[in-house]
Design a protein around this ligand. Structure first.
Ligand code: HEM
Length: 453
C-alpha cells in the first residue's frame, strides 16, 4: 500500500449513517443487486456518507456533492481498484482502467483526438450519418429507438473516431458483438468469485466468440490503417502515432486494440442510451417537444445543424441535461482507498471500497427539488445557478472525468436536432420505460412510431 495523503477534506459537520435492511452474511448485497437504482437513491436520506455492507466487506457511498468531489479530485488516495482490477484483465491497461503515471501519460496522448477543433470536424459526419439512418424511415413505421440509436452511434464512431471505410454489415456485426462483450465485462467484473464465468456454459461461449470476433474486426481496421499510412487526425491516428515521451516507444497493435475496444465500450452505449432516453422523454411530454421543435426550426431555418448552432439550441440542450440527470448512463462507479484516510469525519482504512453514484446525487430532493419531475427549465440560465456545485455529475470529475463528455453532448444535440427537425417520435401506447442498470443505464426496448413533421 502507498502512504499517499489526500488534500484536506472539506470541513463541515458531516452526517454519517448505515444503510437500513442489512441481512446476515449478505449485508445489502441483495438490495444492491435486485433494485440498485431505488436502493442507491434512498441512501442520501441516511447521511452524507453511508455505510453499505457487501457480504463481509464494508463499503461507503459518498452522498454529499462536496465529499464526492473530494474523492474524485484525490485519485492518489481514492484509486481505481476493485472492479477496475478485474476490468484490466478484460480490457488491457487502457485509458479507463489505467492509474497513476501511466494514466496521466495515456490521457495526455489521447486528449488531442477530443480537442474542440477535432470535435467540430466530426459534426458533418454525425449529421450526415443521422440523415442516412433516418432516410429509410416511413410515416407510421414503428422502430425501437434504443436499438436504432445504438446502430447509429456505432456508425458514427466508426466514421469519426476511426475514419474507417468498413462496410455497414461489418459495423452491424461489431455492434452485435460489442453488446455481448459489454454485458459480459459487466457481469465478470461484478461477479464476486469469478468462477461461473470460466465454466463452458452457452453464455460464456457466446461471450468468447463475440469478444474474439470484435477484436478480429478492430484488428483488421488497425492493420488497414497502418498499411495505408494515412493520418486522419482521428482517435485511431492519434493512437498509432503515439510515442512515449521518455522511451520514444509507440503502442503495439495489441495495445491500440485494447484502447479501441475500451472507447467503443465507454462511448457508444452511453451516448446511444442518452439519445433513446431523450426521445422517450420528448414523446412523453408533448409541450416540451413542441418547444424543442420551435427552437430547432428558428435556429436552423431548414438547414442541417452544425457545431456553431449548438450554443443557440439552449432549450434543446437543457432537455438533454435533464435527461442525463434523470437517467445517468454511468449510474454508479467506485474507487478503493490506497491508504488510510479521513472521509466525512470517519477514518477509513486502506483497501475500502468507496462508491459514488450519479443516480443517488441526481435523485436527491435536497439537491433537486421534486427530483422525479422532468423539468428541463432547471437548466435554463435563470435557474441553473440554483443547483448546488457538483450535484450534477453525469460525466464524473477529476483526472478520470469522461474524456468524451464534449463529444457526447455535441453528438447528442446534433442527432436530436437533425431528427427532430423532420420527425416526431410517438410512444407506442402501453410501453413503459424500465431503465436497466447494467454496465451503463440502459433504456431497454422502446418502440416508437415515426410521424413526419
Ligand atoms: C452520454 C455519454 C457518456 C457518459 C454519461 C459518460 C460517462 C462517463 C463517466 C461518469 C466517466 C467516469 C467514470 C469514473 O469516474 O470512474 C467516464 C469515463 C470515460 N469515458 Fe465517458 N461517458 C459518455 C460518453 C463517452 C464517449 C463518447 C467516450 C469516447 C468516445 C467516452 C470515453 C470515456 C473514457 C475513455 C473514460 C475513462 C476516462 C479516464 O479514466 O481517464 N465516454 N465516462
Amino acid at each position: 500500500m502507498t502512504s499517499a495523503k489526500s488534500s484536506a477534506p472539506p470541513e463541515r459537520p458531516w452526517t454519517t449513517g448505515t444503510a437500513p435492511g442489512s441481512v446476515p452474511l449478505l449485508g445489502h448485497t441483495l438490495a444492491l443487486w435486485r433494485r440498485p437504482l431505488q436502493f442507491l437513491a434512498s441512501l442520501p436520506a441516511h447521511g452524507d456518507l453511508v455505510e453499505v455492507r457487501l457480504g463481509p466487506s464494508r463499503a461507503y457511498l459518498v452522498c454529499h456533492p462536496e465529499l464526492v468531489r473530494h474523492v474524485l479530485l484525490n485519485p492518489r488516495v481514492f484509486d481505481k481498484g476493485g472492479v477496475f482490477d478485474k476490468a484490466r484483465q478484460l480490457l488491457g491497461n487502457s485509458l479507463s482502467v489505467s492509474r497513476g503515471e501511466d494514466h496521466r501519460y495515456q490521457r495526455r496522448m489521447i486528449q488531442p483526438a477530443f480537442h474542440p477543433p477535432r470535435i467540430a470536424a466530426y459534426t458533418a459526419a454525425v449529421a450526415d450519418d443521422t440523415r442516412t439512418a433516418t432516410g429509410s424511415w416511413q410515416p407510421g413505421r414503428t422502430l425501437d429507438i434504443s436499438d436504432t440509436m445504438h446502430a447509429l452511434l456505432m456508425r458514427v464512431a466508426a466514421r469519426t473516431l476511426f475514419s474507417t471505410g468498413v462496410d455497414e454489415a461489418t459495423i452491424d456485426e461489431a455492434r452485435h458483438c460489442l453488446r455481448i462483450v459489454s454485458h459480459g465485462i459487466y457481469k465478470r467484473t461484478m461477479a464476486p468469485l469469478g468462477i461461473m464465468e470460466k465454466l463452458p456454459t452457452p453464455g460464456n461461449r457466446r461471450y468468447d466468440r463475440a469478444n474474439a470476433r470484435l477484436r478480429q474486426i478492430v484488428d483488421q481496421m488497425i492493420s488497414d490503417r497502418r498499411r495505408s499510412g494515412a493520418d486522419h487526425g482521428d482517435l485511431l491516428s492519434t493512437l498509432l502515432r503515439a510515442e512515449h515521451p521518455e522511451t520514444g516507444q509507440g503502442l503495439a497493435d495489441g495495445e491500440v486494440l485494447d484502447q479501441v475496444v475500451t472507447f467503443l465500450v465507454a462511448g457508444s452505449e452511453t451516448t446511444a442510451s442518452t439519445l433513446a432516453f431523450v426521445f422517450h422523454l420528448l414523446g412523453a411530454h408533448p409541450e416540451v417537444e413542441k418547444r424543442v421543435h420551435a427552437e430547432i426550426d428558428e435556429v436552423l431555418q431548414g438547414r442541417s445543424p452544425a457545431a456553431e448552432d449548438l450554443p443557440s439550441l439552449e432549450y434543446t440542450r437543457a432537455v438533454i441535461t435533464e435527461s442525463l440527470r434523470l437517467y445517468p448512463p454511468s449510474w454508479m462507479a467506485m474507487r478503493v482507498t490506497a491508504a488510510e484516510t479521513e472521509l466525512g469525519g470517519r477514518t477509513v482504512p486502506a483497501g475500502t471500497m468507496i462508491l459514488y453514484s450519479a443516480q443517488a446525487l441526481h435523485h436527491n430532493p435536497e439537491l433537486f427539488p421534486d427530483p422525479e419531475r422532468f423539468d428541463p427549465e432547471r437548466w435554463l440560465p435563470d435557474r441553473a445557478g440554483e443547483v448546488p456545485r457538483g450535484a450534477l455529475l453525469p460525466f464524473g470529475a477529476g483526472s478520470h472525468k469522461c474524456i468524451g463528455d464534449v463529444l457526447a453532448l455535441t453528438e447528442t444535440a446534433l442527432i436530436v436536432a437533425t431528427i427532430a427537425s423532420r420527425w416526431r417520435l410517438r410512444p407506442v401506447p402501453g410501453t413503459a420505460l424500465r431503465p436497466e442498470p447494467k454496465a451503463t443505464l440502459e433504456p431497454g426496448p422502446l418502440p416508437m412510431v415515426c410521424v413526419p413533421r
